[in-house]
Design a protein around this ligand. Structure first.
Ligand code: FSO
Ligand code: SF4
Length: 558
């Protein structure tokens, strides 16, 4: 196997035997085969589009398949075998339609004709990341594939909420198709700096902005406008179900089905911002948020005592002590030699039956209390901009000197303590704007409020990682209010933490918006070759974080 799609990749270069995330080599090569099959499906569908016979279900299927290959989503070999079979079946249907049932000509690329049996003999060297020999072309292709995975993940949430806007959604699907096809185009490519591939990366970022805005609108339409909310971190006396991941529709269905059962519901990890939506707050049995970011789950799932529903990433291979209380849904899955995690399937119209989980919860002990306080969330764009006057006044009067965007992901490497220390070291006239699970490194610190104005907390959590969109809206509105031409002229700096491929998409989205001087860490993505990185440095002045003192000096003091 060879996988270097996430921050944890071994030695900063690539996982080659098993993944640091727990993904087995066998599953990694199945994921490579699925991606290869998807490229063939995209190729044939692009031909079908020209002839008016494209597969109308291409978009949702490809999004689900791409999402399943994101870090910490699916560890189940059988799932990938099924998806490869289905992808090839769909590819053949559309290819046959293109050729009116005739066999493809001798010039057809291998991705368009390879059979299941042939594909299952292919190794990572044949069809995976390293199959592209040129390191810069490989870098551009794999960065794009990571961006497409992020796009697919957010697109899937829009799809699940039935919030697709036909034209916009179709443009996203066509871009995913174009992006996948671009990775099998072996015609001579120009070198980075002027290549079409760099343009494609920025185009991917543009679609990232679009899909995050659609998801923002979909969430607000379905669940109301988020507002600042103090979420309890303690526990009640009833047994509970813990829901993790990003899927708000699953939370909606779970809350409905647990009503009046005596079973409480708690959020975990990236589900924390759900508490800020009026539709969820209305449920008295949604008690609070249990625990911290995803990588603490081995201890937190154990002490929770009740069932856990994992709706998206980030799943860590479970311990046997709680594996029988763990359930997956959507494209999440886990199985190994000893454990097969139970999976909840979708029925008609996406309906799910959580009866088994609720039944299991009833015989569990209440959660063991880990802490007992509150944590704030809900500073999405509408809430933050409703106090724009106060914020603008605080900037003008010098009470706020800088906004520091510290969005992104948390992770388990010990260097991540940098983010806690950086937040603590920031001067008191700075405000942290955050989204994503990166917030857990500082959202429980008492960093206080802004000087004399009061009422503006120094950490404003906009929500899940896709709610980075809110941070963009806030920046654009502040630019208007201050009458500057570009968000780069605002007193906003970026110190982003990344872990997986949704963060790659968010990063590309920021570049698409022309944001300069972004600092990322705790390491640079391994997929960036020196030449591609050089383009990003020269065009956007992107850099890696260093140490707290140096970064405070260069981002805040100077
Ligand atoms: Fe975190 Fe995991 Fe939301 Fe990611 S839970 S790391 S960027 O999957 O998706 O922020
Ligand atoms: Fe390694 Fe990350 Fe790939 Fe897992 S997802 S195999 S940790 S690079």
């Amino acid at each position: 196997m060879f996988c270097y799609q996430c921050e944890e990749t071994i030695n900063g270069t690539g996982c080659t035997v098993n993944g640091a995330c727990g993904k087995k080599g066998e599953v990694a090569v199945l994921q490579d085969r699925l991606i290869y099959a998807l490229k063939g499906y995209a190729f044939c569908n692009s031909r079908g589009r020209l002839k008016g016979c494209a597969d109308p279900a291409f978009g949702p299927f490809v999004m689900e398949a791409l999402f399943s290959t994101l870090t910490n989503v699916n560890f189940d070999a059988a799932y990938f075998e099924k998806m490869i079979t289905e992808t090839l079946k769909r590819r053949d249907t559309v290819r046959n339609a293109v050729h009116n049932g005739a066999p493809p000509g001798p010039g057809a690329p291998n991705v368009a004709v390879i059979t299941y049996e042939e594909l299952m003999t292919k190794t990572a060297d044949d069809i995976g990341v390293l199959a592209t020999a040129d390191t810069d072309v490989r870098s551009l292709r794999e960065t794009l594939v990571c961006g497409l995975k992020g796009l697919a993940a957010y697109g899937m949430h829009v799809f699940i909420l039935n919030a697709e806007d036909d034209d916009a959604t179709d443009a996203v699907y066509q871009f995913i198709e174009k992006g996948l096809v671009s990775t099998i185009d072996d015609s001579p490519l120009e070198k980075p700096g002027t290549t079409q591939m760099v343009a494609l990366l920025l185009e991917c970022g543009g679609f990232g902005v679009k899909i995050m805005s659609m998801l923002d609108a979909a969430n607000t339409k379905a669940y109301g406008t988020p507002s600042p909310t103090a979420v309890k971190t303690g526990v009640g006396k009833n047994p509970g179900i813990l829901i993790s991941g990003h899927d708000l529709k699953d939370l909606e269905m779970l809350l409905e089905q647990t009503k009046g059962t005596g079973v409480d519901v708690y959020t975990h990890g990236e589900m924390l911002p759900a508490h800020a939506y009026p539709a969820f707050r209305a449920h008295a049995h949604l008690i609070g948020n249990y625990g911290n970011a995803w990588h603490h789950q081995k201890t937190e799932f154990e002490s929770f005592n009740g069932p856990i529903l994992m709706t998206t990433n980030c799943l860590v291979p479970p311990k046997e002590t709680y594996a029988d209380r763990l359930y997956t849904t959507n494209m999440v899955g886990y199985s190994d030699d000893k454990i097969r995690v139970k999976h909840i399937v979708s029925g008609t119209g996406g309906a799910k039956d959580f009866t088994d989980i609720i039944k299991a919860a009833k015989i569990c002990l209440p959660p063991y209390e880990l802490e007992n306080g509150t944590v704030m969330t809900g500073f999405a764009h509408a809430a933050t901009l409703s106090v724009a006057d106060k914020i603008i006044e605080a900037v003008k009067s010098g009470h706020i000197k800088k906004f520091v965007v510290m969005a992104g992901c948390d992770g388990r490497h010990k260097e991540r303590s940098y983010y806690t220390e950086f937040a603590q070291a920031l001067p008191k006239d700075t405000v942290i704007l955050t989204a994503g699970c990166a917030k857990y490194r500082y959202n429980k610190l008492d960093l206080g409020e802004i000087g004399s104005t009061g009422g503006i907390p120094r950490v404003l959590d906009a929500g899940q990682c896709n709610d980075c969109y809110s941070l963009v809206v806030i920046a654009l509105e502040l630019a208007k209010a201050f009458g500057v031409n570009s968000v780069n002229d605002l007193p906003i700096v970026y110190n982003i933490a990344w872990y997986e491929q949704k963060a790659t998409l968010v990063f590309l989205a920021l570049l698409h918006l022309g944001i300069q001087n972004i600092v990322i860490g705790p390491v640079l993505p391994a997929c960036l070759s020196p030449a591609v990185l050089d383009v990003l440095v020269k065009t956007f002045n992107v850099s890696k974080n260093t140490d707290v003192e140096t970064d405070i000096m260069r981002l805040i003091t100077l």
